[in-house]
Design a protein around this ligand. Structure first.
Ligand code: HEM
Length: 544
C-alpha cells in the first residue's frame, strides 16, 4: 500500500499552505495591486457622486455584500477545534481491548497512528447567533482525516433521537423551530407547536425525558458525552459484520448547569460554551474523550426487547458493556471561524473501509440529507475542496468542473474506463482498500410501514426516570413545568400529561400536572380523568 503515512500534524501542514497572515508590507486589492487610499471613494469633485470606475470601492463592497452564506438548517450555532484521535496503545494491559478482530478501520486499531480530526459542537434549534446555554440537544460531530479517506462520526450528546424515520425530520424541525407567522420563539422547546407534535408522536417519549433532564444543559462541551446514536456496522478483514454503537466519554466527567445558571448566562455570557472550549484549549487544558464501543454479534441481534435499528433506544450498558478503545484530544483552536468552523461539512455517509451502515430508517434518510443541504449551503458541489473538508488521503477522482473548482485536474480525460492515458487511476480491489458495501441480504415488499418491533415507546423512558436521583427528578419536573407551562393550548398540555408522561411514570405525570394547571391523572396509563379524549394518532399505537 503506497499510501503516505500521516502524522498528527498533517492536517495542520495542509491547512498551513492556505493560511495568510495579512502582515504584508502593503495593503493590496484582490488582484494584488497596491492600494493607495482606502478611506474615501473616488468622486467627481469633493462633494460629487462616486465613480463606477473605483475598482477598489467596488471590490471591497462586493466582497462584503457576499460574506454570509446560509446557516445550517439545524445545528447553526456551534464551535469547533482541531485535534487528534489515537487508539489505545496497550491492549495487553487488559484494561483496553484490541479490536483489530472487529474492524479493518486502521485509524481505530493501529495505536501508532494519530489521526488528525476536526470536531464541531453545536446546539440544534437556535440560529447562528443564539445563546449557548439553552435547553437543547448538542451536536458532537468529528471528522477524522484518515489515511483511507475522511470518516465523519456525526453524533449528539444524547444516545437516542426523537423519531424513528427520517421522513418525519422536517415535521419535527418545523414543530420545534420558530412558528412561520410570528417567527417566535427563538431557540426554545417551550411552545405549543413542539409539544403538540410531541403529544401526537409517542416514539418521542424517551428523547423527551433526556431533553427535559439536565443532559440538555451541558456545563461545557468538554464535559459532555457524545453518541453515534444509530447502530452501525464494523466489518473486519474477513468481511464479517457486527453491530456497533459509538460513545464519547469525557475525561473531565459529565457535568451540567442548573436552569437558573443557564438563564442568567443567556443574558450575561451567551458565548459561554463557545468561549469555554476556546479558553480551555488556549490555556493548554486540552479537552479529551475516550471512544467507547458496544458490540453486538449479528446472531445476538434479536435477544433484546427492542430493535437494534430503532434509534429511540439505547443498548443498556449492563447488557453490553462499553469498551474503551482510544482517545480524542482537541489541542488547536481555529485561525478563522468562517473558513474552518462554518465551512466544515459533515456527512454520516462519509465512511471508510471497516465501518458500514445499518437499515436504521433514520440513518438511511440522513445519508441523503447532508449532501443535499450542503449543496444549498455552499451553492456548489465543490465544498469538499474547501481546506477544512479536504481529505489528507490522496484523491484521484473523475471530477473536473463546477462552481469554484480549485483543483486543476491535468490530462485529456476524466472518465473510467479509460485507455487513452497511461496509468489512469483504476478501481481498487477490496484487498487494495476499495470500499465494498457489506453484502447484506435484503428481501421484502415495497411498503410504507414500520416494523412492529419499533412500537415499545415507554419502557426505556421509564428506565431513564427510575435511574435518576431525587434532585435530578426534581429538575426534570421543574423543566416540564416551564416547558409545558408555556403551552397555551390546554388540550396539548393534557395530552402530554395523560398520554405521554403518565405512560412513563404515574408519579412523574402527577408532579408535572400539578405545576401547569392540568388535573393530575388518578391512575397510571393513558387516561383522561374528565373525558375520553384519546387522540387518533395514539389509538393506533401500542402504549407499551
Ligand atoms: C446537522 C439533517 C438526525 C447530528 C444536520 C444538518 C442537516 C441534518 C440538514 C445540517 C448540515 C449542514 O448544513 O452541514 C438531519 C436529518 C436527520 C438528522 C434529516 C434525521 C433524519 C441527526 C441525528 C444526529 C444528528 C440522529 C445525531 C446522531 C447532527 C449534527 C449536525 C447535524 C451533529 C451538525 C454538524 C456540524 O457541526 O456541522 N443534520 N439530521 N442529526 N446533524 Fe443531523
Amino acid at each position: 500500500d503506497a499510501r503516505e503515512h500521516l502524522s498528527e500534524d498533517s492536517k495542520q501542514e495542509q491547512l498551513h499552505e492556505m493560511r495568510e497572515d495579512h502582515m504584508g508590507e502593503y495593503l493590496t486589492t484582490d488582484q494584488g495591486v497596491r492600494v493607495n487610499h482606502t478611506d474615501d471613494s473616488l468622486k467627481a469633485g469633493e462633494r460629487g457622486p462616486t465613480l463606477m470606475e473605483d475598482f477598489h470601492f467596488r471590490e471591497k463592497m462586493t466582497q462584503f455584500d457576499h460574506e454570509s452564506i446560509p446557516e445550517r438548517v439545524v445545528h447553526a450555532r456551534g464551535t469547533g477545534a482541531h485535534g487528534y484521535y489515537q487508539p489505545y496503545e496497550d491492549p495487553d494491559l487488559g484494561e483496553y481491548d484490541d479490536i483489530s478482530e472487529l474492524t479493518k478501520a486502521k485509524f481505530l486499531t493501529d495505536p501508532d497512528r494519530k489521526t488528525p480530526v476536526f470536531t464541531r459542537f453545536s446546539t440544534v434549534v437556535g440560529s447562528r447567533g443564539s445563546s449557548d446555554t439553552v435547553r437543547d440537544v448538542r451536536g458532537f460531530a468529528t471528522k477524522f482525516y484518515t489515511e483511507e479517506g475522511n470518516y465523519d462520526l456525526v453524533g449528539n450528546n444524547m444516545p437516542i433521537f426523537f423519531i424513528h424515520d427520517a421522513i418525519k425530520f422536517p415535521d419535527l424541525i418545523h414543530a420545534v423551530k420558530p412558528e412561520p407567522k410570528s417567527s417566535t420563539p427563538q431557540a426554545a422547546t417551550a411552545h405549543d407547536t413542539f409539544w403538540d407534535f410531541a403529544s401526537l408522536t409517542p416514539e418521542i417519549t424517551h428523547m423527551l425525558m433526556w431533553v427535559l433532564s439536565d443532559r440538555a444543559l451541558p456545563r461545557a462541551y468538554r464535559m459532555m458525552q457524545g453518541f453515534g446514536v444509530h447502530t452501525f456496522r464494523f466489518i473486519n478483514e474477513e468481511g464479517d459484520s457486527r453491530f456497533v454503537k459509538f460513545h464519547w466519554l469525557p475525561k473531565y466527567g459529565t457535568h451540567s448547569l442548573v436552569w437558573d445558571e443557564t438563564t442568567k448566562l443567556w443574558g450575561k455570557a451567551s458565548d459561554f460554551n463557545r468561549a469555554g472550549l476556546y479558553n480551555a484549549i488556549e490555556s493548554g487544558n486540552y479537552p479529551e474523550w475516550e471512544l467507547g464501543i458496544q458490540i453486538v454479534e449479528e446472531d445476538d441481534a434479536d435477544q433484546f426487547d427492542f430493535d437494534l435499528l430503532d434509534p429511540t433506544k439505547i443498548i443498556p450498558e449492563e447488557d453490553v458493556p462499553v469498551r474503551r478503545i482510544g482517545k480524542l484530544v482537541l489541542n488547536e483552536t481555529v485561525d478563522n471561524f468562517f473558513a474552518e468552523t462554518e465551512q466544515v461539512a459533515f456527512h454520516p455517509g462519509n465512511v471508510v473501509p471497516g465501518i458500514d451502515f445499518t437499515n436504521d430508517p433514520l440513518l438511511q434518510g440522513r445519508l441523503f440529507s447532508y449532501q443535499d443541504t450542503q449543496l444549498n449551503r455552499f451553492g456548489s458541489a465543490n465544498w469538499d475542496e474547501v481546506p477544512i473538508n479536504r481529505p489528507l488521503a490522496k484523491r484521484h477522482t473523475n471530477q473536473r468542473a463546477g462552481f469554484m473548482r480549485q483543483t486543476i485536474n491535468k490530462g485529456r480525460t476524466s472518465y473510467s474506463p479509460n485507455s487513452l492515458e497511461d496509468d489512469y487511476p483504476r478501481e481498487a480491489t477490496e484487498e487494495e482498500g476499495g470500499y465494498v458495501h457489506h453484502a447484506e441480504k435484503v428481501k421484502g415488499k415495497k411498503i410504507r410501514s414500520r416494523s412492529e418491533s419499533f412500537r415499545n415507546h415507554f419502557s426505556q423512558a421509564k428506565l431513564f426516570w427510575n435511574s435518576m436521583s431525587d434532585p435530578e427528578k426534581q429538575h426534570l419536573v421543574e423543566a416540564a413545568h416551564f416547558e409545558l407551562g408555556n403551552v397555551e393550548n390546554r388540550e396539548v398540555r393534557e395530552r402530554v400529561i395523560y398520554e405521554i408522561f403518565n405512560n412513563v411514570d404515574h408519579e412523574f405525570a402527577v408532579r408535572a400536572a400539578e405545576g401547569i394547571g392540568v388535573e393530575p391523572p388518578d391512575e397510571p396509563g393513558t387516561h383522561h380523568p374528565d373525558h375520553d379524549k384519546s387522540s387518533p394518532a395514539l389509538s393506533q399505537e401500542n402504549t407499551v
